[in-house]
Design a protein around this ligand. Structure first.
Ligand SMILES: [Fe+2]
Length: 290
């Protein structure tokens, strides 16, 4: 059966834009029963507790992770009172629940040929659902996945920044991120504000967000529900390996060149890093870092 989540025009424009340019798509999932608030309360109770993250919504665009206040409501109360609670929550790795895994795989099936043709096999499919109160802000950050964000209810504005600008994200941040040692939130400076491009999303629209493209999110005046369908690719894994290798090179006093964005091929550094990892050398080097 052909999947009709995205319109044919959307799939064509995505195929053109992928993997470097943000791209708007249209989708038909707004009324999907698994994406309504009652189903999401149920989902929050089924997921592992560390896969349910919730935060207060009135945070500044840039915030140090240690300054993020602890939530005062439990997860079910947060969802049920989302209209008043001024918060946002993330239901993470929804593919661990079979119905949601099917939704994720079905949604991505229509764009899979376009992905494979450019960045290689689509791997590590993961899904996230964000439920946000009116006006909630998700601080400035980047994500390690290729991502399509489908707006299910309400609206929001994503302000996106150039992915390759080292003035926005220094290479050292990329390198520690490759080792899982960097919090997702990035340092915000007011002087980079003018480099952002705001993109508005309403229910029924989706936005393709290129891998590691920095962004922050401002929710509109209503409750928002968004579904994020993500994947890694042979290309994105190689880029991450190259960053990890660069971290090791920096430790021994070399200033390595940053891996290129697509279509640059980072396979050489990736192969070198994997060989070092196999030999156990990255573990030793990593323990020297901390
Ligand atoms: Fe994000």
């Amino acid at each position: 059966m052909t999947n009709t989540t995205f319109t044919p025009d959307s799939i064509a424009s995505f195929a053109e834009a992928y993997p470097e340019k943000p791209n708007k798509l249209r989708h038909d999932l707004c009324d999907h029963p698994l994406l309504q608030l009652p189903a999401l309360v149920e989902l929050a109770t089924q997921l592992r507790s560390d896969h349910v993250e919730y935060n207060q919504g009135d945070l500044p665009i840039g915030i140090n992770p240690k300054d993020v206040p602890k939530p005062t409501l439990d997860v079910e109360e947060t969802i049920r009172s989302i209209e008043e609670s001024g918060s946002w929550m993330a239901l993470k790795f929804i593919e661990n629940i079979p119905e949601y895994q099917k939704l994720l795989v079905d949604t991505l099936s229509a764009i899979e040929p376009a992905v494979r043709g450019k960045t290689g096999e689509m791997i590590k499919l993961e899904g996230f659902i964000f439920v946000s109160s009116p006006g909630a802000v998700t601080p400035f950050h980047f994500d390690p996945e290729h991502n399509i964000l489908l707006q299910i209810r309400g609206n929001k504005v994503l302000t996106m920044f150039p992915a390759e600008d080292e003035n926005i994200v220094p290479p050292q941040d990329h390198e520690s991120f490759a080792y899982g040692e960097h919090h997702r939130n990035l340092e915000w400076r007011d002087d980079i504000s003018a480099l952002g491009s705001p993109m508005a999303l309403t229910a029924g629209e989706a936005l393709f967000v290129p891998v590691k493209m920095p962004h922050w999110v401002q929710n509109g005046p209503d409750v928002s529900i968004s579904l994020s369908v993500t994947w890694r690719s042979e290309w994105s894994v190689a880029e991450s390996d190259a960053r990890a290798l660069n971290a090791l090179l920096r430790q021994v006093g070399i200033s390595p060149a940053a891996p290129g964005r697509w279509p640059a091929n980072n396979a050489g550094k990736s192969i070198a890093f994997r060989a070092l990892r196999k030999a156990g050398i990255t573990k030793v080097a990593r323990s020297m870092m901390s």
